[in-house]
Design a protein around this ligand. Structure first.
Ligand SMILES: CC(C)(COP(=O)(O)OP(=O)(O)OC[C@H]1O[C@@H](n2cnc3c(N)ncnc32)[C@H](O)[C@@H]1O)[C@@H](O)C(=O)NCCC(=O)NCCS
Ligand SMILES: Nc1ncnc2c1ncn2[C@@H]1O[C@H](COP(=O)(O)OP(=O)(O)OP(=O)(O)O)[C@@H](O)[C@H]1O
Length: 284
């Protein structure tokens, strides 16, 4: 590909990543998360802040796509992406004046943008997910020692679960096995795009060990959120009234305990990013 074409390919991938972040934020209603109706379990965020943060990350995704284009997945690529991703986090904190709007999303979408660019003309989402996992599994030798433990590190130690890091290293199993199948099968069943996205979010909430929920609510809260989300998802395939009742129960539970499924939100944005190209209609 000519240099000019690489640049326009990178711009189009960055636009798609920013679009996915914006679509996730705007999806309404969502339990505990910032949406167009409320700020969910958050006091320091709003939809406007989420949209500004997403837009500020355009250059980050574009740079990742440029350096990753047709790049062999190796430690050099891992470290190039990590450097740009860390700079993206700094941009986010500058634009939001210190609020964590998209840390987990930069991680997931950064890796997927890199993997998608490395694949060039090959758009198969299974291949992109696998490749993102390979890239994430190389050591990042320049990772600065954190001054203090992250929320994810604290709960992973306390509850013996895996988090954002391992999800990526394993090739994003929750995108592959939960979000994309829910999104694509709801679309195939003729549901509205909004309902398909909500079902994908619920499928994630029912299964992901979300370190955001664990940090704020502990393991009993995570178990309850998973159970309520699973029962909501089941009702989504039945009567509207039953679904609404169950959805309200889940939303109220999250709001009253300040629980926000930020990890599931990130994985939904990542599934939307991939779902644009997944025209296979393949059963998963
Ligand atoms: C891996 C990251 C997210 C740090 O993870 P850690 O668990 O220590 O951080 P923290 O608790 O602050 O945030 C994790 C975020 O991940 C999301 N998340 C939570 N649980 C999960 C889960 N089970 N699966 C996926 N995402 C999750 C949430 O949004 C959460 O806020 C990342 O910031 C990182 O290490 N970046 C280094 C720079 C880099 O290598 N970038 C490359 C790609 S751009
Ligand atoms: N619509 C959304 N609403 C809220 N969070 C979201 C949304 N979409 C994605 N997220 C993810 O949620 C994470 C923020 O969650 P949270 O506020 O729990 O993190 P924190 O600031 O690290 O934790 P705490 O506020 O408990 O100290 C971000 O990293 C972001 O990627």
């Amino acid at each position: 590909m000519l240099r000019h074409n690489v640049e326009s390919f990178a711009k189009s991938l960055a636009s798609r990543a920013v679009w996915a972040l914006a679509e996730e934020a705007k999806l309404t209603p969502k339990p505990g998360l910032v949406d167009a109706r409320s700020n969910g379990a958050h006091t320091d965020m709003s939809l406007e802040l989420m949209m500004n943060s997403a837009e500020a990350l355009r250059g980050t995704f574009e740079e990742i796509a440029v350096v990753s284009y047709l790049h062999f997945p190796n430690q050099e690529l891992r470290e190039k992406i990590a450097r740009i991703g860390r700079e993206g986090e700094r941009r986010m904190y500058t634009v939001t004046k210190g609020v964590n709007t998209h840390k987990g999303a930069i991680w997931a979408l950064g890796l997927l943008t890199g993997a998608r660019a490395a694949c060039a003309d090959e758009a198969d989402s299974e291949r992109v997910l696998r490749l993102a996992g390979v890239i994430a599994s190389f050591e990042d030798r320049y990772c600065p020692a954190e001054e203090k433990e992250t929320n994810g590190q604290i709960v992973k130690r306390k509850y013996n679960v895996t988090g954002a890091y391992e999800e990526a290293q394993q090739g994003f199993p929750h995108i592959h096995n939960e979000a994309l199948p829910a999104l694509l099968s709801a679309r195939r069943a003729g549901k509205s795009e909004q309902d398909a996205r909500l079902e994908a979010l619920l499928a994630l909430m029912a299964t992901v060990d979300d370190t955001c929920i664990l940090y704020r609510g502990g393991s009993a809260a995570l178990t309850t959120v998973k159970e309520l989300a699973a029962s909501c998802l089941q009702a989504a395939r039945g009567s509207k009234r039953e679904f609404e009742e169950k959805f309200t129960r889940l939303s109220d539970y999250c709001s009253s305990r300040r629980l926000s499924p930020g990890g599931s939100a990130d994985l939904l944005a990542a599934a939307l990013f991939l779902g644009v190209e997944d025209k296979s209609g393949r059963e998963r």
